[in-house]
Design a protein around this ligand. Structure first.
Ligand code: RFL
Ligand code: PHB
Length: 389
């Protein structure tokens, strides 16, 4: 098969990029290792910034997002008894939208036939070849047969563990990494949320987050040591822990119910730079990971795709190689700021095992400062709603 762009991975990054390219008449194909059901079964992010909403609007695929997404005009930081509200809309004029990554992915997936986007599911053993040249190709296996896609560019949208980043020689880039000594145990349940706005809590027993997917579906998290196993956490134990960590006001409003999903995700900050190696462009988790504390992972994938689509459309439709040359610098400028914000919110809201009384007082003082300063709240708010692309 011959195409202009071979996209590896049909997560949000790969599907968004595919649709944006097809909308401008650029030929592409998306190769996905898993089945559609498997991809939709992964419960991940839930908070969309304007950049992500705008891309869905531009594609005309925002009808369900507009109808079902919950507009959030503020969120809360809690510390024991205290609740500090960050009024996002009042401070920035912007908001975020609660709409699950699963739903966004479903909308993109369902539109593929109507928009002429070819996605090959069950594409195994994808391998990148000749990415240093102007004629790279990707091989994969499907139904037992070896296949090949020849293209001009490869877009690596295959997540943190995919083959794209690995195809870049180690001395052609630099890895930056911080691994955290805990993970987030998440629970999804068909019960009304305890609060209409998200609550991030730093309690002496550890971190907790109250989030949601809809008025009838809640998503909660607590941090746990990496040695913990999901099997050690029956639902009741999680509900008990949430009630303590989120504080009495939220606890009084928690509705308990059976979990429909439960998993532990390790926390990591990671960047690979540059995000382009000759004919290979990396987008989303393939190039970087943020701890989920700032809700930035999915939104960074969207902003990378915004820049990658601009670069590839510039190349194929406007005969300009300039945008390709600038892709990595443009994307990384935004990535680093989101890495900084996610890292600093993680630092503020978690009890690190190595921390002593001094570090704890630094957290208390920082939250005091945030509670009393409009400038500090504005800085948090403008990062939370998402910096401009
Ligand atoms: P994805 O969503 O991982 O999609 C990558 C796709 O590539 C496929 N793939 C391959 N395809 C073909 N050949 C191969 N060899 C392949 N190897 C992999 C995969 O099957 C997959 O379909 O990356 P993308 O598109 O860059 O999107 C990024 C977001 O998914 C991610 O940043 C966020 O979900 C991160 N994240 C969270 N972010 C938040 O903002 N809030 C959250 O609550 C949140 N929870 C999470 C998360 C990420 C998690 N991971 C990655 C373990 C919870 C988890 C468990
Ligand atoms: C979620 O709803 O899954 C969620 C919300 C906010 C975060 C992380 C995850 O910061």
């Amino acid at each position: 098969m011959n195409t202009q762009v071979c996209i590896i991975g049909a997560g949000p990054a790969g599907l968004l990029l595919g649709h944006l390219l097809r909308a401008e008449g650029v030929d592409c194909v998306v190769l996905e290792r898993r089945s559609p059901d498997y991809v939709l079964g992964r419960i991940r992010a839930g908070v969309l910034e304007q950049v992500t909403v705008t891309l869905m609007e531009r594609l005309g695929l925002d009808a369900r997002l507009k109808a079902e997404g919950l507009v959030e005009e503020g969120f809360n930081l809690a510390d024991g008894e205290r609740l500090v509200r960050i009024p996002l809309t009042e401070l920035t004029g912007k908001n975020v939208v609660v709409y699950g990554q699963t739903e966004l992915t479903r909308d993109l997936m369902e539109a593929r036939e109507e928009r002429g986007l070819e996605v090959i599911y069950g594409a195994e053993d994808a391998a990148l070849h000749d990415v240093e040249t102007d004629a790279p190709y990707v091989t994969y296996r499907k139904d037992g047969a070896e296949r090949r896609v020849d293209c001009r560019f490869v877009a690596g949208c295959d997540g943190f563990h995919g083959p794209s980043r690995q195809a870049i020689p180690i001395d052609a880039g630099q890895e930056y990494e911080r691994v955290y000594p805990f993970g987030w145990l998440g629970i999804l349940a068909d019960v009304p949320p305890c609060s209409s706005e998200l609550i991030y809590a730093n309690h002496e027993r550890g971190f907790a987050l109250a989030s949601m997917r809809s008025a009838t579906r809640s998503r909660y998290y607590i941090d746990v040591p990496l040695t913990e196993r999901v099997e050690d956490w029956p639902d009741e134990r999680i509900w008990d822990e949430l009630a303590i960590r989120l504080g009495p006001e939220a606890a009084a409003n928690i509705t308990r119910g059976p979990s429909i999903e439960k998993s532990i995700a390790p926390l990591r900050s990671y960047v690979f730079a540059p995000m382009r190696h000759e004919s290979l462009l990396l987008c989303g988790d393939a190039a970087h990971i943020v701890p989920p504390t700032g809700a930035k992972g999915l939104n960074l994938a969207a902003s990378d795709v915004h820049y990658a689509a601009e670069a590839l459309i510039g190349f194929f439709c406007k005969n300009s190689a300039d945008a390709i040359a600038h892709y990595s610098d443009k994307a990384l400028a935004r990535v680093w700021k989101a890495e900084r914000f996610s890292w600093s919110l993680t630092r503020l809201m978690h009890r690190f095992p190595e921390d002593g009384p001094f570090e704890r007082m630094m957290q208390v003082a920082e939250l005091d400062y945030i509670a009393s300063s409009r400038a500090a709240q504005t800085a948090i708010a403008e990062n939370y709603v998402g910096l401009p692309v």
